[in-house]
Design a protein around this ligand. Structure first.
Ligand SMILES: NC(=O)c1ccc[n+]([C@@H]2O[C@H](COP(=O)([O-])OP(=O)(O)OC[C@H]3O[C@@H](n4cnc5c(N)ncnc54)[C@H](OP(=O)(O)O)[C@@H]3O)[C@@H](O)[C@H]2O)c1
Length: 329
């Protein structure tokens, strides 16, 4: 019988176990995907440990918000798709029921797009969440334009790296924020036009220097917490801050400082909208084809049986911000 990862209680990586379950037939408008690989995201760790903002019903919760595979069965009423098509999942708003950590999952047909041509299974498993979030936050939400100075926190992470490449593809100027000076060269190689390392530099002062005193046009905050105040001071008056991540669990004070437009962002705002998904997929395919977008995957290979180890790898930060991918078949 096909295998699936479940957990019955909140806790460390060891609460996950692999069980066998019969496949589910797709309902009207749904497809069943035979998964080939999935990526591990910070939200998976939050769900597993009981710190996710959305409630996770227990027991027998599944995990996983992204991955790639081939269509294995089509429910009544699906059009334009055929069995065997290679696809990427675009949104899993109910991962505790339909998570991608499995040999099979069943999702609405609108939640898959064709796997980008020329992309290997490992990269395809890790491409959608990071790039769709960065694209949605910067292009769709903040209206990023060529020449904009874009300040990107957690720049060495999956979303941050994607954001730097997307800014470059548009012709904007990505300024990376890291906590460690030692990461400067790695971030410059990953696409940063400049790097601000908070162990040595004051963010507002450094951004002022890199923008001729103007400040950042757009700030992508993937960390939040009290450090958001420093980001607000680094933005130009009239600029935009998009808060899209929450790596620092401490509260963020109410935004003060210069007059800015401040958005909270969840990628479902766009990934559940078929028209926006079409734009996202077109942008992603163009960027991959041109070589502007290059998903960074951790070198360490994991199989479904290693899923506990894959989460330990994430928790220890051994992935250094690259995506951790688990191969299913
Ligand atoms: N809004 C949405 O729909 C959406 C979608 C996807 C992801 N997200 C969120 O976006 C955030 C980033 O996701 P990701 O996949 O890019 O994460 P990731 O790959 O795990 O990012 C890791 C990087 O973030 C930095 N970091 C980690 N903890 C930090 C802290 N406490 N303070 C400051 N920096 C910290 C580190 O960089 P340095 O060591 O170099 O500082 C690290 O390399 C997460 O909170 C995730 O849940 C939101």
């Amino acid at each position: 019988m096909p295998r699936v990862v479940v957990f019955d209680e909140f806790g460390g990586p060891e609460v996950m176990r692999v069980v066998e379950e019969p496949v589910v037939e797709p309902a009207a408008g749904e497809v069943r995907v035979r998964m080939e690989a999935f990526a591990v995201n910070p939200i998976d760790r939050m769900m597993r440990s009981g710190t996710s903002p959305a409630p996770v019903p227990l027991p027998h919760a599944r995990l996983g918000v992204e991955g790639t595979g081939v269509l294995d069965a089509l429910g009544p009423g699906t059009t334009g798709l055929k069995i065997g098509d290679p696809v990427v999942l675009t949104a899993v708003p109910d991962p505790s029921a339909r998570g991608s950590y499995a040999e099979y999952t069943t999702v609405p047909a609108s939640r898959v797009v064709a796997r980008p041509a020329g992309l290997g299974i490992t990269e395809a498993a890790a491409v959608w969440v990071a790039y769709s979030t960065a694209y949605g936050a910067l292009v769709e939400k903040a209206g990023m334009r060529p020449g904009d100075h874009v300040l990107i926190t957690a720049a060495s992470g999956g979303v941050g790296r994607a954001a730097m490449q997307i800014a470059r593809q548009i012709g904007a100027v990505p300024i990376a924020v890291t906590r460690h000076t030692a990461r400067r060269d790695e971030l410059l190689a990953a696409g940063a036009a400049a790097v601000v390392a908070t162990d040595h530099a004051d963010i507002a002062e450094a951004v002022g220097r890199h923008t001729g005193g103007a400040g950042a046009d757009i700030v992508l905050d993937l960390v939040m917490g009290p450090g958001q105040q420093d980001l607000l001071k680094a933005a130009r008056p009239g600029g935009t801050l998009v808060a899209a991540g929450f790596l620092d669990p401490r509260p963020a004070p109410f935004p003060g400082g210069p007059p800015l437009t401040v958005f909270g962002y969840r990628s479902f705002e766009h990934t559940l909208d078929a028209v926006a998904v079409k734009r996202m997929a077109a942008f992603l395919n163009a960027g991959l084809r041109l070589g502007a977008l290059r998903p960074a995957v951790d070198d360490k290979a994991f199989s479904l049986d290693d899923v506990v180890e894959a989460h330990r790898h994430l928790e220890k930060g051994l992935h250094a911000g690259k995506k951790i991918v688990v191969t299913v078949s």
